[in-house]
Design a protein around this ligand. Sequence first.
Ligand SMILES: Cc1cc2nc3c(=O)[nH]c(=O)nc-3n(C[C@H](O)[C@H](O)[C@H](O)COP(=O)(O)OP(=O)(O)OC[C@H]3O[C@@H](n4cnc5c(N)ncnc54)[C@H](O)[C@@H]3O)c2cc1C
Length: 206
Amino acid sequence: HANRKGGTVSNHQILEALSGNLCRCTGYRPIIDAGKDAMVKEWTPDTEHPAASMVPESSESALSQFHRNNITMEATGGARYDAPVSLDDLRSLRRTYPDSRLVAGSTDLALEITQQLSSFDHLVSVERITELKGCIREGDELVIGAATTYQEFRASLCDLWPAFDAMLDRLGSLQIRNRGTLGGNIANASPIGDMPPPLIALNAFL
Ligand SMILES: Cc1cc2nc3c(=O)[nH]c(=O)nc-3n(C[C@H](O)[C@H](O)[C@H](O)COP(=O)(O)OP(=O)(O)OC[C@H]3O[C@@H](n4cnc5c(N)ncnc54)[C@H](O)[C@@H]3O)c2cc1C
């Protein structure tokens, strides 16, 4: 990806990107070598299969609509998924559907499906709610929105408390840190959740 964007990639970045992949056949070294090999080759757009190499303009405008509007999907059998874009919309959905289940990055919730064979009739996503995204620095304090992912709040958090940098390197993998949120980590209330102990030590409050 970096190659296509005209950038260069360090060994550390390659290892970080691969950290969430488990390879059971060839081992990691050949994969890393192949990645490095690809880096030195010139990349040319795939004109035979343009859909694979570029997003058409119509899709870009459809995607920007997607970011602005509430989404509701209903499956046959009655299952439903809502992704509101504001707290007011979220509150109204929760009032109407008190039994719905909140979901953010789904890195914990999905385990309830794969490990406990749970199923959910109605999921309401918080990850597109503007008020729950991002970090605001207020003096010595940092306000982190519940739906903010590790990658999104990492720089601001480490700026104030650099020790988090080494810790976050070990939290899940890059893929998990790209999806998982602080709100999900706290609300999941796992006894092995990594964020509550340092946040308690810092006198954080909800
Ligand atoms: C491979 C793998 C590795 C992992 N490694 C680690 C690790 O090293 N350390 C660690 O601590 N965790 C780890 N986790 C767990 C998980 O990634 C984190 O806890 C993550 O922060 C959960 O956030 P999420 O957005 O994915 O939550 P979700 O899975 O979307 O939600 C988790 C729970 O919180 C609720 N919830 C979500 N958002 C809100 C909200 N805003 N308000 C109220 N309730 C909400 C959901 O209903 C659900 O019950 C790992 C998971 C996987 C799959």
